[in-house]
Design a protein around this ligand. Structure first.
Ligand SMILES: Cc1ncc(COP(=O)(O)O)c(C=O)c1O
Length: 448
């Protein structure tokens, strides 16, 4: 009998014992091709020698030193590496242990910034429906997925949520991208007016929405409009790149692909350490850092394991590998190849309504009817059936339900490692197609 408190206590989990390239091997010798990088984490596969060596060397030298006494060489080097490549204006890196912690730190930095500059009346955040920013209480509060929030709602800070930028379902058939952006911008502006412009701290958004919607990129000009609104009201822009950042979409920061967008705070995790160590970070603008230095001189936050030297050494090795093996170009190339394969295979599939995404961050949205975009009944749990049919065929995909409103809709997110070969891409699409058809057959049986 196990004493592990599992995510889903009634589920039977195979015991993973080894990673080989882009596969995970379980104790019975079954192999699973990792087409989701776990949850878009394992960008270098599971046994990259350079990263393993860097971790071993760091542990042998110095595993851990508390940040109230010391900084460390890997933390300094990794911060330099990131800031050299970060969007203009970002100047400091606050290292934590994962995505939710990075979001919590960003929310508190944003709040403290306004306290430091004499605007303590700013207390409100605005975020988007159907976003995911993590599961700790602050991150969950800015997140906009009703199912994840539901039972914790009474514990959450009051955050206003506006519409996501979700062209497949929410852009009108006769609406141009410009008109759609203008409509979303008006809604954001209206929400700010309702809260009182002097009361808002920041707008929080994922540049490409991952877990809750399945790789939904913004329409052109959306983030430029958002930035203009934030500037007009003296608010900050927090971009959550925990899933879509660190090369996943083909540029190190996903927001590099948006014109004229200067985030004040950016959160990263997942691909930062590629799963070799738990690490996340919040990147802050010079203005935010300097306001804290010139004010109280102390960011009132912190965790025991922040800027963990071994985690930073892993992150540094991962990021250096991305540069040296020219993996951003590879993400663009293999991402385009995978997108093409998915369109070939599913472009005419009667139950795949949309194929979308950027780089090696791609999503399929499943529909009962393509013309009306009607989703499958949530009780069918199509996404869960696809996940288990895929696993039975040795394929890991990130399947989720509630795509549309936290209840209705199913999508599959694909985020294979950056080192994925052409042959593996073909295997992914083959196995996925078989899994989708098998899952649809069981849905049809259940409905009969
Ligand atoms: C955009 C985004 N933000 C935050 C998080 C939370 O990260 P973590 O699970 O590492 O706490 C996630 C996790 O999926 C995410 O996708």
């Amino acid at each position: 009998m196990s004493h592990v408190f599992y995510r889903q206590p009634k589920h039977h989990y195979p015991i993973a014992v080894r990673g080989e390239g882009i596969e995970i091997v379980d104790r019975d010798g079954n192999r699973y091709l990792d087409a989701s990088g776990g949850a878009a984490v394992s960008c270098l596969g599971h046994d990259h020698p350079r990263v393993i060596e860097a971790i071993q060397a760091q542990v042998a030298r110095l595993a851990y030193a508390h940040t109230s006494f010391f900084t460390s060489e890997p933390a300094e080097a990794l911060a330099d590496h990131l800031i050299e490549r970060a969007p203009a204006g970002l100047d400091r890196v606050y290292f934590v242990s994962g995505g939710s912690e990075a979001v919590e730190a960003a929310l508190k930095m944003a709040r403290q910034y306004f306290v430091e500059i004499g605007q303590p009346q700013r207390t409100r955040f605005i975020a988007r429906r159907q976003s995911y920013h993590g599961n700790t209480l602050g991150a969950l509060a800015v997140g906009g997925n009703p199912w994840r929030r539901h039972q914790f709602e009474p514990l959450l800070i009051d955050v206003a949520h506006v519409s996501p930028c979700y062209a497949y379902r929410e852009q009108g058939a006769d609406e141009t991208s410009e008109a759609y952006v203008a409509r979303l911008a008006d809604q954001l502006d209206q929400t700010i007016q309702e809260l009182g412009p002097e009361a808002v701290i920041a707008f929080v958004a994922e540049p490409v929405v991952g877990a809750t919607m399945g790789a939904v990129p913004p329409v052109p000009g959306y983030f430029r409009a958002v930035r203009e609104i934030c500037d007009r009201h003296g608010m900050l822009l927090i971009l959550d790149e925990v899933m879509c950042g660190m090369g996943r979409t083909g540029t190190l920061f996903a927001c590099e692909q948006e014109e004229d967008v200067r985030p004040d705070l950016v959160t990263i995790a997942k691909g930062l350490g590629a799963g070799y160590q738990p690490i996340g970070a919040t990147l802050a603008s010079r203005a935010i850092y300097e306001a804290i230095v010139a004010g109280s001189g102390f960011f009132q936050h912190g965790h025991t394991y922040m800027a963990h030297p071994t985690a930073c050494a892993a992150g540094l090795a991962v990021q250096q590998t991305i540069v040296e093996e020219q993996l951003l170009g590879r993400v663009r190339q293999q991402g385009a190849r995978l997108h093409e394969l998915l369109l070939e295979r599913f472009g005419g599939h009667e139950h795949v309504g949309d194929v979308r995404g950027r780089g090696l961050f791609l999503g399929l949205e499943l529909v009962a009817d393509r013309a009306s975009k009607r989703p499958f009944a949530p009780a069918r749990r199509l996404h869960a059936r696809i996940k288990s049919e895929a696993l039975a065929r040795g394929l890991m995909v990130y399947a989720m339900g509630g795509t549309i409103d936290g209840q209705r809709g199913d999508h599959i997110l694909l985020a294979p490692p950056f080192i994925v070969t052409d042959a593996a891409l073909e295997t992914i699409v083959e196995r996925l197609a078989a899994a989708i058809d098998a899952a649809l057959a069981t849905v049809a049986q259940a409905a009969a």
